[in-house]
Design a protein around this ligand. Structure first.
Ligand code: PGA
Ligand code: ZN
Length: 430
């Protein structure tokens, strides 16, 4: 690996799945190896996320261009990282963090830095001649994650659908990842049929899930349970439910607004709502059940439900080790959602994941963004880090299936060494 030094770094403005521009970075090493990564982008972003740099030039892409971030990659960042050893990911990421110098990577842009960080990881794997999951996770990495299929989209990901953002299928009882995918597809198709029969739209939202205008939020959960049964599976045993209501988006002036139901709820009433749903439906995981700064509410929620339900912090934790440490010490949530672009370097995302996985009763869920691309880095990361859980949308839309397909390939490559996590890595089971 003597010559795995970085020789060149280039950037390109490409498109994400919503048709918005995003940063692609390509890195070439002195030994001729190359690596490429495309940065994802969220819609229901948390206030504490690292900074996504957009040009703000209204004449291009409605202000969403990323030419400034590209320029940062090709000038200042390239100047700093050329000559660095690609296999020293930690050293490289430390350099990126200090080069930026701000707490939220606002000077150079987290999208610029993440593109470089991930592209270098890919180049290093290419240089070693191994797949990314082996390069990052070693030859022992073998755990295929429980896929959380987001089959019904609402909130910011679909107009006129539910207030809550994501209703997901968790095939906890499948014997293998491949079978888990089949379970997911069959329930997705059963759900489509049910919606059609009842005169609801089967158009899909940003993450490939259906986006019907239902009478209320709980109707979505009931439909999913029906679809699981209609597909021939046992709700809870074969296929359980996971939710991401993304309630930061519903929170204002101390209240949560369920617009479609004309209701305003306090934190304590939201906790009651989740407790009620968990008592009635086979729910194993709730993400962002409360808003990003409602720490007291999260403590209440965790003391009420944390022993039996996985409570995932997305906007709450933003893949940030400091916020994670606070949540662990306050007993506020019991799992972290890992989105590489929330923090801006691979090393920092890995550190947060490892802290969660090494804390008893805690879990980590690898995650896509609502704005995605054909980049499949997170599939390899889930296996490399052994998170045992991934959410990357429905079993439809190419940018979502790209990740599931990558995991199918990894499972096939591992052969008899592959094992499927099922529900074993949910926080309440650890
Ligand atoms: P986002 O949604 O990528 O739009 O933030 C995903 C999520 O909230 O988990
Ligand atoms: Zn979320």
């Amino acid at each position: 690996m003597a010559d795995d030094r970085i020789a060149a770094v280039t950037a390109l403005e490409v498109l994400d799945s919503r048709g918005n521009p995003t940063v692609e970075v390509e890195v070439r090493l002195e030994d001729g190896s190359t690596g490429r990564a495309i940065v994802p982008s969220g819609a229901s972003t948390g206030a504490h996320e690292a900074h996504e740099m957009r040009d703000g030039d209204a004449k291009r892409f409605g202000g969403k261009g990323v030419l400034d971030a590209m320029t940062n990659v090709e000038t200042e960042v390239a100047d700093a990282v050329v000559g660095q050893l690609a296999h020293d990911q930690q050293g490289l990421d430390r350099l990126l963090v200090s080069l930026d110098g701000t707490a939220n990577k606002s000077r150079l842009g987290a999208n610029a830095l993440l593109g470089v960080s991930l592209a270098v990881a890919h180049a290093s794997a290419a240089s070693k001649g191994v797949p990314l999951y082996v390069s990052l996770g070693g030859t022992d990495a073998h755990l295929l994650p429980l896929p959380l299929f987001n089959v019904l989209n609402g909130g910011k990901h679909a107009e006129d659908s539910t207030d809550f953002q994501e209703f997901m299928l968790a095939p906890v009882g499948a014997p293998t990842f491949r079978e888990a995918v089949r379970y997911g597809v069959e329930v997705y198709q059963a759900l489509k049929k049910l919606l059609g029969e009842r005169g609801f739209s089967t158009n899909i939202g940003d993450e490939g899930g259906f986006a019907p205008s239902l009478a209320n939020n709980v109707a979505a959960v009931e439909l999913l349970v029906e679809a699981i049964t209609a597909a021939g599976y046992r709700p809870g045993e074969d296929v359980a439910l996971a939710l991401d209501p993304a309630t930061t988006e519903l929170y204002e002036d101390g209240h949560y607004t369920l617009k479609s139901e004309g209701r305003l709820l306090s934190s304590a009433e939201m906790v009651d709502l989740w407790a009620d749903w968990c008592a009635r439906y086979p729910i194993v995981s709730i993400e962002d059940g409360l808003a990003e700064d409602d720490w007291e509410g999260w403590q209440l929620l965790t003391s009420r439900l944390g022993r039996t339900i996985q409570l995932v912090g997305d906007d709450l934790l933003v893949t940030n080790s400091e916020r994670l440490d606070r949540a662990i010490s306050l007993n506020a949530s019991n799992a972290i959602l890992v989105k590489v672009n929330q923090i801006g370097t691979l090393t920092e995302a890995i550190a947060a994941t490892q802290t969660a996985l090494s804390t008893p009763g805690w879990a980590a869920v690898m995650s896509h963004r609502s704005g995605e691309t054909e980049d499949t880095t997170i599939a390899d990361l889930a296996v490399a880090l052994g998170t045992g859980q991934i959410k990357t949308g429905a079993t439809a839309r190419g940018e979502r299936t790209a990740k599931y397909n990558r995991l199918l390939r990894i499972e096939a490559q591992l052969g008899a060494r592959a094992s499927y996590a099922g529900g074993s890595m949910l926080s309440q089971r650890r």
